[in-house]
Structures are given as C-alpha cells and as structure tokens.
Design a protein around this ligand. Sequence first.
Ligand code: GDP
Length: 310
Amino acid sequence: MAIQWYPGHMHKAKKAIAERLKSVDMVIEVLDARMPASGENPLLGQLSAGKPKLKILNKQDLADPERTRIWLDDFNSRPDTRAIALDASDRQAAQKLIAASRALVPNRGGIDKPLRVLICGIPNVGKSTLINGMLGKKSAKTGNEPGITKAEQRLFLADDFWLYDTPGMLWPKIIVEEAGYNLAAGGAVGRNALDEEIVALELLDYLRRHYLPLLQERYQADKNESSHWRDDQWLEWIGRKRGALLPGGRINCQKAAENTLTDFRDGHIGRITLETPQQWAQWLKTAQQKEAILKAEREAKKAERKGKAV
Ligand code: GDP
C-alpha cells in the first residue's frame, strides 16, 4: 500500500511555489527530526536550488539524539544549507531560528532590505508552534494585497524580517514507500487517508529491527522469546497487554494499532528516528528503479497501442 496524501493539482502548486520563491531570500523547511528525509518536499528542493535553506529538525526531544547528529551533519554538508535541531520546550527556539536565518543571508536586513523568508513544512510538524514563538506577543499581520493568496500569510517578525507562511503547500507523488509509512506513523497524514493497522505493522517491523530493547521495555516482553517476533506477533502482544480484545478473546488489531501509534507519537516507546541517511539513500534508489520500470512498461504499452492503431 503506497500512501498518497496530497493528490492532484501539482502543476498549479508548482507554479505557485515557483512564483513565491522568486520574491524570497531564503527558505525555512521545518522537518520532523524522527523522519527528516521523509518530510522534505522534493518539489521545493528542485525549485529552490541556489537559494539559502534552513532546515529545522523539530521535535528533537522525541528523536534519537545520535541519529539527529548524523542528520544534521548530512544536511550541513549540502550546498546552501544550514540545519539546526529544535524542540518546542526550548525557550530560545524562536531566537535561534531568527539568528540562524539572519546569519544565512547576512546581506539582507534593515528596513530597505528586509529579509524575506518562506517557511514550510508537513502538517503537524510544529510549524505553528515555532511561528507563534517567533511572533511572541506581536499580532500576526496577514497580507491582503496583490500577489499574496488568501491562504498565504505574510508575517512581520520585525520591520526587516518578513515571513511568508503558505499552508497547504502541495507535495508531489511520494515515490518512496517508506516515506509514506513514516509520515503516517508520525501523524502527518490525515486519519482517513491511512490504514492504521498497516502503518502500525510497518512501524513495529522497523522498531523490532532497530530499536528492539525499547520495544521490549515498553511492552514488558520476555527478552529471549520476543527477540524473534514478527511485526504481527508484536501487534498481538501489544493488543493483549492493553486489553484490546474482541468478544471471544480475539485481538482487536485496530485498537492495538492505535495504541502503538499513539505511544510512538507521544514518545512513550523512547527516542526514536525512523530513518538514517544511508537507509534513505537505499530506499530512494529502490523507489527510483521501480519508477523507471513502471515508466518503461507504460511506454511499451503506449507503443503497442500505437502499433495496433496503424
Ligand atoms: P503544525 O501543523 O506544523 O503547525 O504543528 P503544530 O505547531 O500545531 O504542532 C503539532 C503538535 O506537535 C502539537 O501538539 C504541538 O504541541 C506538538 N509539538 C510542536 N513542536 C513540538 C516539539 O518540538 N516537541 C514535541 N514533543 N511536540 C511538539
């Protein structure tokens, strides 16, 4: 099952992003530190080539600190890119964000040369929390002027610091299957767009392979016995532990899945990151190969139809 949560309208979205990028000096992309690559918008990456970019690995309090360090190094080694990790409990978060932005584009500032910043991020990543922190007590001024769509907001953080917030910025098709699952596990995907049982099973499969001790600890599973459990056996165990049972004593898998996902989202299983740069590179390669095969098949069918028509 591939998870797609923003279908259609890509052409329009692309044009809108391209248009907005023309008039900003830099881009802040808020990412979830538990799945930094999955949350990156590939379209934004393509269209903002050459523009300074600040990547925020937010919710670092929920992520694996060692993996956050690896991701920060990875992002910081990319051209025009600076990355910092933040979390909402950090009282300095807003200041750090503003300082990092100003440092990234030092030639902008002052009333005649305001720093114009586009901020974006997947749903639920903590963008509003960060923006509210940056605004402080100042009330947000919204832009009711040409070139600023109704959905878009221009916020004046200071006379010389303008923040463009474009909610609902669309994503292209997610070709990496694991990205769909990770985003769903993290809560970026609307509930009606996903099958929670499948998402929980994928999550448990990753956790049993990479964070087994945390899983065993959280759900008090026997260390020897559970070390060989498959994802469905884990789900069943969690269901039993949580009393998620149907009449007759069968496991209520839906309930068990909801429990698992809530535990993960709230950080109750532990500090976890669902991907590393190496894993991501491998997933991307596999996905690109699959896409290429599909494309070739489509082309072949098209050619066959054309041949028949002649
Ligand atoms: P938005 O959809 O990106 O605007 O996300 P929100 O700012 O509304 O935040 C979504 C949820 O994540 C809220 O429940 C926040 O309290 C929570 N949240 C935001 N930032 C953090 C963070 O750094 N750490 C943790 N643990 N939770 C956060």
